[in-house]
Structure formats: structure tokens, C-alpha cells
Design a protein around this ligand. Structure first.
Ligand code: PLP
Length: 303
């Protein structure tokens, strides 16, 4: 098994911090053997997927986009009416896990951190969290040759964040079984990944990634208001567009714009920018040069 480090976060939320100031308070988190059993079978993350998570890239001991991820973690918690996570505790726990991972220079790793609402039985215990750091897979092929995608209707109108916030569109919850099912459907159709669409013909995102199109000298991505997760990778890229001589635009994007685009990518923290090379079985152009520049930029970001 690859090297891994696990930090259990016993005091993940500000509301559980009443005792945090007292001198005898136990530490907010502790490193435990990475593959030791920790969760009870009655944990709400297990029984209902009722919790939230983040996954951030780690390179040379640095957590990329650390603050964007922490900010989004708090946003997801608010969307689920979870107690506010203590971001100082999560920052310390994730950094401790990453430091203990001790990887060679240039190795790509990631840290995934979670917050569970608690336990069905242990109602007095409240939320618990954890942070798990380990080596990343090899995404070279996806980053260079690209990925074939299929368009799948997510069935939600692009107005759901406003009309039906209980659907949690755009929250990073631990309930990703639907996202996994969509990828299996893509594989059944001979592709590797998915671009979700709305019933009224708009593009959304991938099951674990943000959709970005290049149309001329503009990079276009659907806005969070349509029910997509705000992507940290896309945000980092859009913050560096001057370096690439491109402009950025967040706007509603119609389905036909994907096949007509000059280039398209699915972007995410760990896989980075994977160029789309086919849509529903039809080849689309890959901008190899820009893809390489984007991935180089993303690999060297630290902020
Ligand atoms: N959209 C969804 C549904 C995701 O799960 C993810 C990441 O896992 C993303 C977009 C991309 O977000 P990020 O770039 O922060 O990894």
C-alpha cells in the first residue's frame, strides 16, 4: 500500500470548542495509524453520506489552494446546516498529516478531509472529522491524451440552487454514489467521464470536475448559480489568465457550445486539467499546447 497518514479530528467545529480554551482540553486532532479502524458503523457519514469533504493536491509538502478549499468546506457546511467547521483546526490537521507523509520532491499527493454530522447512536458526541493524506494516482494520460466524455442529463433545472436548496446542488457532500453511477454509465458508453447537463439544455460540470471551454481567446465556465460546485482549480486558473493571454467568463453555457468549442477541459484539484477529446463518441479538438501550459501553471501554484 502507498504511504498514508490519517489525522482524526475530535474537535472539528467551532460550536464544539467550548472546552478548547481550557488548559486541560485534549488536542483538537491526533495522528493515528493510517489504516486503523476509526468510524463506527452508525456514523452518519456511513449510514447517510451526511457530511462534507474536500480533496486538495499536495506537492513538496505544500497544500495547493489551501484557503480556497477551506473556504469551500465552510460553504458546504453552511449549505448542509452543519456546525461551522473550525478552519484553524482543519488547517493544522491537514498540514500535520501532509508533513508526516514525507514524500520525495515532486511527488504528487493529495489530502482529503471530511466532516461527518455525527453518529446515530452517540448523539452526545456530535460531529467528527478526519484528514487523510496519501500519494495520488498517475494522471499523465488524462492530462495529455485527454478523456472522452458523454453528456448525461442530471435532471435538475439550472435554477435549483434558488428553488430547491435542499437538493444541495453545488455542495461537496459525502453522498457521491450518484456521481459514481454517472461515471459507470459513461464507461458503459465507451467513454471515461461525464459532463452533466440540465433538462433545458445547459452544460453543468463533471461528476468530480469543473467544465471549462475555450472559445477564441476566452475561457468559459458555468457559474455556481446553476448548481455546480465552485471549482478551486478553475478559480486558480482564472486568477492567472493574464499570464496565458486569455480572458475568463462565467456564464450559462448551452449544450451545443461544447462540441463547437476550440477546446474543452474537465478540471479538478488532483487530476488537474484533462482535455476533452470526444463528446458522445464524436472527436473534438484538443489544444495540446494550452493544456500543457495550464497543467504546468496548476502544478506550480501554491496559494
Ligand atoms: N465539481 C464537482 C462536482 C467536484 O466534485 C469537483 C471536485 O471534486 C469539482 C467540480 C472540481 O473542484 P476542484 O477544482 O476544487 O477540485
Amino acid at each position: 500500500a502507498p504511504p498514508a497518514v490519517l489525522a482524526m479530528i475530535d474537535r472539528p467545529c467551532r460550536s464544539s470548542a467550548a472546552d478548547a480554551t481550557s488548559a486541560e482540553a485534549p488536542p483538537a486532532f491526533r495522528l493515528v495509524p493510517a489504516r486503523s479502524p476509526q468510524l463506527r458503523v452508525t456514523d452518519l457519514a456511513v449510514t447517510r453520506g451526511d457530511g462534507i469533504f474536500e480533496s486538495a493536491t499536495v506537492r513538496d509538502g505544500v497544500i495547493h489552494s489551501e484557503e480556497r478549499h477551506l473556504h469551500r468546506f465552510a460553504r458546504s457546511a453552511a449549505m448542509l446546516d452543519l456546525p461551522e467547521p473550525d478552519l484553524d483546526v482543519y488547517r493544522a490537521a491537514t498540514r500535520a498529516a501532509v508533513a508526516a507523509l514525507d514524500l520525495p520532491p515532486g511527488a504528487e499527493a493529495y489530502v482529503k478531509y471530511c466532516l461527518s454530522r455525527g453518529d446515530e447512536e452517540l448523539t452526545d458526541v456530535g460531529p467528527i472529522g478526519w484528514a487523510y493524506a496519501t500519494l495520488s494516482g498517475d494522471f499523465t494520460a488524462a492530462r495529455t491524451e485527454g478523456i472522452a466524455v458523454v453528456l448525461l442529463d442530471r435532471g435538475y433545472a439550472r435554477t435549483v440552487p434558488a428553488t430547491s436548496p435542499w437538493l444541495l446542488a453545488g455542495a461537496k457532500t459525502l453522498a457521491y454514489a450518484v456521481n459514481r453511477a454517472a461515471v459507470r454509465e459513461a464507461v458503459r458508453r465507451g467513454a471515461q467521464d461525464v459532463v452533466f447537463t440540465t433538462p433545458d439544455g445547459y452544460l453543468l460540470e463533471g461528476p468530480t470536475s469543473t467544465l471549462v471551454l475555450r472559445i477564441g481567446d476566452t475561457l468559459v465556465t458555468p457559474p455556481p448559480e446553476v448548481g455546480v460546485l465552485p471549482g478551486t482549480t478553475q478559480e486558480d486558473l482564472f486568477a492567472s489568465l493574464d499570464d496565458l493571454g486569455l480572458r475568463g467568463e462565467e456564464r450559462d453555457v448551452r449544450v451545443p457550445e461544447l462540441a463547437a468549442a476550440d477546446a474543452a477541459w474537465l478540471m479538478s484539484s488532483v487530476r488537474l486539467a484533462a482535455p476533452v477529446n470526444a463528446v458522445d463518441g464524436v472527436a473534438v479538438p484538443v489544444d495540446h499546447e494550452l493544456t500543457a501550459r495550464i497543467n504546468e501553471l496548476l502544478q506550480t501554484r501554491t496559494g
